[in-house]
Ligand binder design. Structure first.
Ligand code: SER
Length: 317
């Protein structure tokens, strides 16, 4: 990876991936793109940035040529719950962006990283230790677009040699930019509310187990996959990766080690609950571990300690 284009640089992952990549590959080699949401000041000031709509192929191509891009991190997506409110928009944004990246990288013979998700699985998938290769019949438009994106990536690799790679991310927990419109968002909000009000009302019920990962692991996994020896990759385009699996009660118990009076109650959102119920309780990520050495660093306790420190400091500012 020499010159990298990050689509969605103002989003939850992009706003942390850009600084992370700039440290490794050099500030002027990582181009941040954004559309409606403005970039963080730090990103604007530390390297090149381009405002563009990722569904406009011509403007993406222009940026690729201008900066001699060889790798795109395709982080533009409408997440699961928001997608159910507007399926047409979700399909359009998720698919056209992925399609544009693959088409352009076919021409310039480059690489594309597109995150897939636990959302690519559905109710007929085995829910515990969900295998790498299994039934994938998601019931959300987000999940359908993620499965289609995985298949499209494989297709462009097999037919045109585009180096399309990807991970099936679990819920990502972070403290810089809030996620928006996802089903796993509660696991971020709970920390902010625990610090602000010592209480939280969960929109998923007790006993709803989902895979999760702390942002530092998510960033490292993306770069490690993109740097992995291609000869070793069998599932190049859609690796299960996870770091932990918990339900609302478990994350509340972890928070109580630092905020003993923390109170958790429930007001279940039926749309989000149905989505969560259709996703795995826990994934088997042994293919990622054996093909490119994936290993998470953070578990629920170490993540909770770090989240409480960082979010407390942020809220004091
Ligand atoms: N975090 C995403 C969501 O909840 C799943 O990949 O939609």
């Amino acid at each position: 990876m020499k010159n990298i284009l990050v689509l969605g640089a103002a989003g939850q992952i992009g706003s942390e991936l850009v600084p992370y990549l700039r440290k490794i590959y050099g500030e002027n080699h990582v181009i941040a793109t954004f559309n409606r949401t403005p970039l963080l000041q730090e990103i604007k000031e530390s390297g090149p940035a381009v405002q563009m709509d990722a569904i406009n192929k011509d403007s993406m191509y222009e940026a690729v040529k201008k900066y001699d891009i060889d790798t795109i991190f395709n982080l533009v997506a409408v997440l699961s719950a928001k997608g159910e409110a507007n399926p047409t928009l979700s399909w359009r944004i998720n698919m056209e962006t992925t399609f544009n990246c693959l088409e352009i990288m076919k021409d310039v013979r480059g690489a594309v990283f597109t995150p897939s998700s636990i959302g690519a699985f559905g109710p007929s998938t085995p829910q515990d230790q969900t295998p790498q290769d299994t039934i994938m019949r998601p019931t959300t438009i987000y999940g359908i677009s993620k499965v289609a994106g995985e298949l499209l990536g494989d297709y462009y690799y097999l037919k045109y040699g585009v180096d399309a790679r990807g991970l099936r991310y679990p819920g990502i927990i972070s403290n810089v930019t809030l996620p928006g419109g996802g089903t796993t968002d509660y696991a971020v909000e709970i920390y902010y509310e625990a610090i602000k009000t010592k209480s939280y009302t969960s929109n998923l019920s007790a006993g709803t187990f989902l895979d999760m990962m702390y942002m530092p692991d998510a960033l490292r996994s993306a770069v490690e996959l993109m740097e992995a020896d291609p000869a070793k990759l069998v599932h190049r385009n859609c690796f299960n990766v996870t770091a932990m699996s918990f339900d609302p009660e478990m994350i509340a118990a972890a928070i109580r080690k630092y905020i003993p009076e923390f109170r958790l109650d429930y007001k279940v959102d039926p749309v989000k609950q149905a989505i969560a119920d259709s996703w795995p309780n826990s994934m088997d990520d042994s293919a990622a571990r054996s093909e490119w050495g994936w290993k998470p660093e953070f578990d629920l306790d170490s993540m909770t300690k770090d989240m409480i420190e960082k979010v407390s400091a942020k809220l004091k500012k």
